[in-house]
Design a binder for this molecule. Structure first.
Ligand code: DGT
Ligand code: CA
Ligand code: CA
Ligand code: ZN
Length: 582
């Protein structure tokens, strides 16, 4: 069968990102580097297909962050499958060099030095040089840096094999739809870490029910996105898609579908704990069902599996063996609410972090307001950056005061949506805020956040943030650990102390919904909830369409056991206002 194929958004995003990395190492202008990187992240999560837009002759500069020059590059990628300038740079610097940027303590300047002076072009070479003590001899590096590098290499190796959930998600819809078109497939679902909503996905697991597994698999291998078949049998197959994502498909008879879905959804830890429980009850659970002796007592549905074990159904996001089995047991035995009623996207009544074209965003105040209104929100906080190093076009007190007036005027004509006046105020190195108190007094929502000096010691970083939280005008601590998944580890900070301080001071902690941030993460979000701290799930949208990132934040919040009542932006406006008065 012929494979017609157009290049996917994920492929394009990867090429743009790779090019940005190499430009940066070469020392290109920072603005240019950022343009490629922004374009990459926009395209990675956008719903329209760039290739399709090109084929239909649409204007690519309509995409946020795409100017004339980038539009030309996109044309080139879609029509030729390659980006010539990227090929040239890769040839010059070596294909593995960009991975070095992900190592803690290594920025483009340092990678350039490592390349120029030691010929380092890969993680392996970096490790070897560090082990031989050659890095400490370079000007500006030192023993401490060398140690940090060695310690961080393993993490980078591990993470570079995983993809963001939001990126995997782009492959899942079409793949499941393709399987669903097969009349031999009765029912099909994604499983594994993807179904659990984990922030990154190692490989995608899919379960289908059919009596003719071999036929289903042979048809499946014709799927246009399949690049390489890794294994193929009558009940299972592994492939690699063109996007690089590996997919494991399992086909089982209908009566085992629930059991297989439960098993393959995992997590491994959850499965182990569940089987231990079964054993104590004299039962056996496996991928085919729940058995008492030879008799199968459940297997067709997941609910049935949990029920047979004396539990209520546990949402996939909670299946990490973090207390969910116990909670499901209590819930089953009459303790209403032992398992949380997890937050849903529908419960969100507004968004508390958004940028406009006044700072580094791309949409106007009014465009943002309309988009929020279309989502059915009651309010949207406009929180452009304060002026500070490392931030493009941040607002000083005068410009912010003018924006506040503009918002007041706009609110008079807007109906059904309220724009809240806010700022994402930079926390300076010493813990003071980048805007004066009398300016902060004008605002409804003050987010404080770290955007510089990521390398402070744990003690200094923690103290700095605590000091900023001491300011009674600060409402929300934004992206509290500063991580960018796969790119930048969190800065070294004592999060339990931040949670404790948030509780004492009534500061709200953010779950930033950008798919590469998701910060706080699930584990810390649960810790914050358990400590009685309220949270905000905010998109940090830099364009009207990015308000759609809310679902990624909600998913992470669900993994953190959060309910609507734990999240301030599920509240009606008046209740929210009360919570914002510290
Ligand atoms: P990933 O792919 O690394 O993001 O994570 P998962 O959770 O998707 O893991 P994966 O793909 O290795 O396996 C899918 C599910 O299959 C996993 O969540 C639980 C189940 N599973 C795999 N290996 C084992 C195992 O050794 N023991 C048990 N109990 N379950 C396993
Ligand atoms: Ca998996
Ligand atoms: Ca797998
Ligand atoms: Zn920020």
């Amino acid at each position: 069968m012929e494979r017609t194929r157009t290049i996917s958004n994920a492929d394009i995003a990867r090429m743009l990102y790779a090019y940005a990395d190499l430009l940066e190492i070469e020392g290109a202008n920072a603005y240019r580097v950022r343009a490629y990187r922004n374009a990459s992240s926009t395209i990675a999560v956008m719903s329209r297909d760039v290739a399709e837009m090109v084929h239909q002759g649409e204007d690519l500069t309509e995409i946020w962050g795409i100017g004339e020059a980038l539009a030309e590059k996109l044309q080139e990628i879609v029509t030729t499958g390659r980006l010539q300038v990227l090929d040239e740079l890769e040839h010059k610097l070596g294909p593995g060099i960009a991975t070095l940027l992900k190592v803690r303590g290594l920025g483009p300047k340092r990678v350039n030095i490592l390349y120029q002076q030691l010929g380092i072009t890969s993680l392996d070479k970096l490790e070897e040089a560090a082990q031989m003590g050659r890095i400490r001899e370079l000007r500006g590096f030192g023993e401490q840096t060398e140690r940090t590098i060695l310690e961080d290499i393993e993490r980078v190796r591990r993470e570079s094999q995983r993809v963001l959930w939001a990126v995997a998600d782009q492959a899942v819809g079409p793949l499941i739809a393709y399987l669903r078109e097969d009349p031999n497939v009765e029912i099909v679902s994604a499983a594994g870490s993807y179904r659990r909503g984990q922030e990154t996905v190692g490989d995608l697991d899919v379960v289908a029910a059919s009596d003719v597994g071999g036929q289903v698999i042979r048809r499946y291998l014709q799927y246009g996105e399949v690049e390489e078949v890794l294994s193929e049998g009558e009940t299972r197959s592994s492939v690699r898609l063109r996007s690089g994502l590996q997919v494991d498909l399992r086909v089982v008879p209908r009566e085992s579908y629930g059991a297989a879905l439960q098993y393959l959804t995992g997590s491994k830890e959850h499965g182990v704990a569940l089987r231990g429980r079964a054993q104590r009850q004299g039962l056996k659970v496996n991928e085919y069902g729940v058995f008492r002796g030879e008799e199968r007592i459940a297997g067709e549905t997941e609910e049935g599996i949990y029920e047979a074990l004396g539990l209520v159904m546990i949402p996939p996001e909670l299946r990490e063996n973090r207390g969910e089995i116990d909670a499901a047991d209590r819930e089953r035995h009459g303790r209403e609410g032992a398992l949380p009623h997890l937050l849903t996207l529908d419960a969100m009544r507004g968004d508390l972090q958004a940028h406009t074209d006044a700072s580094d965003g791309a949409s106007t105040l009014e465009e943002m307001a309309r988009a929020a209104q279309e989502r059915g929100y009651a309010y949207l906080a406009i929180t452009d950056h304060s002026r500070h190093i490392g931030v493009t076009n941040g607002l000083d007190p005068e410009r912010l005061a003018r924006q506040v007036e503009a918002i007041d005027r706009l609110n008079e004509v807007l109906e059904g949506i309220m724009l809240l006046k806010g700022s994402e105020v930079d926390i300076r190195e010493d813990g003071t805020l980048a805007l004066p108190d009398d300016t902060l007094e004008l605002l409804d929502v003050v987010i404080i956040a770290v955007h510089s000096h990521f390398d402070l010691s744990r003690e200094a970083q923690t103290e700095r943030i605590l000091r900023a939280m001491d300011n009674p005008r600060a409402h929300i601590l934004g992206h509290p650990t500063g991580r960018v998944i796969g790119e930048r580890p969190p800065y070294d900070v004592d999060v339990p102390r931040l949670i404790e301080a948030a509780r004492e001071r009534g500061v709200i902690l953010e779950i930033n919904a950008q798919p590469q941030r998701l910060d706080l993460d699930d584990v810390y979000a649960k810790a914050a909830k358990d400590a009685g701290v309220l949270m905000a799930v905010s998109t940090d949208a830099h364009h009207a369409t990015q308000l759609g990132a809310m679902r990624f934040g909600v998913m992470q919040a669900r993994r953190g056991w959060l309910e609507a009542r734990d999240v301030v932006n599920t509240r009606p406006l008046e209740e929210l206002r009360a919570l914002l008065r510290r």
